[in-house]
Design a binder for this molecule. Sequence first.
Ligand code: MG
Length: 379
Amino acid sequence: MIRTGVLAQLRFPVERSLGRRFPESLPSFRNDFQRDRDRIVHSRAFRRLEAKTQVFPAGISDHFRNRLTHTLEVAQLARTAARVLGVDEDFTEALALAHDIGHPPFAHSGEVALNKILARFGERFEHNLHSLRIVESYEHRYAMYPGLNLSFEVREGIVKHSRDLPADYTGPLAEYLPGLRPPIEAQLIDLVDEIAYNTADVDDAHEAGFFKLAELAAAVPVAAELLEEVETNFPAAEERIHLHEMQRRLIDHLMRGLMEGTIAACQSAGVDSVDAVRAWPVRLVQFTAAAAETSAALKRFLHARVYHTQILVEERDQSMQAIERLFDFLLENPDQMPEGHSSDALPRRISDYIASMTDSYFRRVYSQMEPAFTPTLRS
Ligand code: MG
């Protein structure tokens, strides 16, 4: 059993927030992190997650995760971890809900395509940074300021949930405390995301018929143990039920490993405050060695048996090509883009425009503009 609240002294106290860019003093029955969480849920970019592919394209099955349902799964796991550890649940939830808000259409390939295209201009695309641009400038909801005017720590968490800024960093993100780790609440998101997508991808890939349970068991020792337990307890159940019974135990194993690993790391580091967490040279949210091995084995299995299968590779190639073609068309015909207020260079504005699209909106725009493509773009 994990004792609840062991890391309560590391909780980020909401009253210590560095605050919002534009000060607000509306009375509210919610604290600042709760308000941030609600602003994210009410944003357009959040609603658009519903029509963005997570891994498996909609159309093959109605039961696959999309980026919105993935986000809800991450939020639910993240809240559990925060509550058990004793850190701020609302702060964690806000970050979980925002963690993929800047994700382009077409799963991972959208990000790869935009990054490849921007490299031609000496730039790069990264969805964490695009998330920040969305919450800072692209959402227009409020009369008094652009964006969602989120608290500093939520913006910092969006930038740093999956990577730290080196101490000598001097770029446009320099306000986000380079050289310091983000609070535990933000550190949780990356590994909880990993638990959510590994286990969900196993489920969706099994639904899509990519493998048999025995093959998963042969590749992931913990899955083998859990399957044996499940098959012994429920010999008459069908394979799909065995998978689900195995999967809930697998999530439990990984979540337990995450919480135990984090408690052990914090205790052996001797950190007793948020400032000590920030100053510690490495992240303190960690898996136990056993959970890390299970997570790595799941990842290897998914790479070998799912992510590089022909159907997904073809889908990926097609969407990357389409993104590149639309980008090049807009580069020649920038007047075809909706007017914006951004002062960025054209390649970045096109990338932001495409990154904000849902899969379905991309297809609509693409088919509207395709007749005007030059022959080289069409081929
Ligand atoms: Mg994610």
